[in-house]
Design a protein around this ligand. Sequence first.
Ligand SMILES: NC(=O)c1ccc[n+]([C@@H]2O[C@H](COP(=O)([O-])OP(=O)(O)OC[C@H]3O[C@@H](n4cnc5c(N)ncnc54)[C@H](O)[C@@H]3O)[C@@H](O)[C@H]2O)c1
Length: 330
Amino acid sequence: MAKAKKKIKVGFIGCGGIAQYHFSHFDKMREKADIVAACDLRPERTQATADRFGSRQYQDYREMFEKEKLDAVYVCVEPGAHDGMEFIAIDKGINLFVQKPMSLDMKYAKKVLAGIKKNKLISSVGLQCRYVDSLPIVKNWISHKKIALINCTRFGGFPLVWWWRLKKQSGGQAVEQTIHDFDLCRYFFGEVAKVQSICRRGVITNIEGNDVEDCSSTLITFKSGLIGTFSTGCFGSGDHYITAYAPDGCKVVCSLFGNYTITEPNMTITGKASNDFGQESDETFVDAVRGAISSDEILTPYSEAIKTLAFVIAISKSMENGGIAVEPEL
Ligand SMILES: NC(=O)c1ccc[n+]([C@@H]2O[C@H](COP(=O)([O-])OP(=O)(O)OC[C@H]3O[C@@H](n4cnc5c(N)ncnc54)[C@H](O)[C@@H]3O)[C@@H](O)[C@H]2O)c1
């Protein structure tokens, strides 16, 4: 029998920067989903959402949950602002899309996951690079090689939202920003046994009140025995790659956005992504909630993303404690 395909009702908690990214995807699937409720502490942001989607406006998510009958809620608040909204959604049987990093506290994230499992809810997390369509090609090559060592880099910009410069609110550069790249490491190379990380501050001097690390270097030991390094910073050279080395001169260099070069002794293959992976990430979640596809097609359920969260929180713990070895806590 064909599965039901209904139009779903969606609410947003947090209508800031990343919500605009999701909105651009919802614009292209208006036949599948209505954004019926927009909640933000800032009324001008709920007003802009109402103007665009006709949503009802809330400044308090508790009131939104009381008054609305939602099929799904997007939680797009800053990392340090998750203060219980997921638990109300879980109690009401509302499916959850949560932005990364889903919390800065593993206990909180584990409780959310337990609720999602208990109430058999559909979930997804904003690790949209998992949907980049060239990555499975790279993963397939990796799975046929004995990868010995990886060497990775990400240098991004410095986001100017107020909370990003406060480690207590954002989690810091490695946690908030490089989580996407660490997630790809797990996707390609499997689970992490331990990390040892050191960081540096004082390089960026023109941002007032900044206490996040400017850059860090992390040694990663994977459960498979693979070892590697990851250097990352937020002073914007744009470097962005994972390099994996195997015997006989074989290697692959792959960016987060799916550009790759595979080198073998007598062969070089290059490729790149061809899909709108952000659109696919949202559309897969929405289609699963509509009942149009199986939720198994979601590449980034909370149960998967929490392993990456544990990885980056371990990195942060290590760097704040002089580089001690830390095992991801799950
Ligand atoms: N997946 C990605 O590529 C990506 C990119 C950027 C940001 N993010 C993540 O998205 C999240 C939000 O980042 P952003 O850039 O949109 O930040 P932002 O500051 O632009 O927006 C956050 C919004 O949440 C609102 N908010 C905070 N607490 C609230 C509450 N209790 N109730 C209602 N609204 C509340 C704020 O008023 C603000 O408008 C962060 O976790 C960030 O890491 C993900």
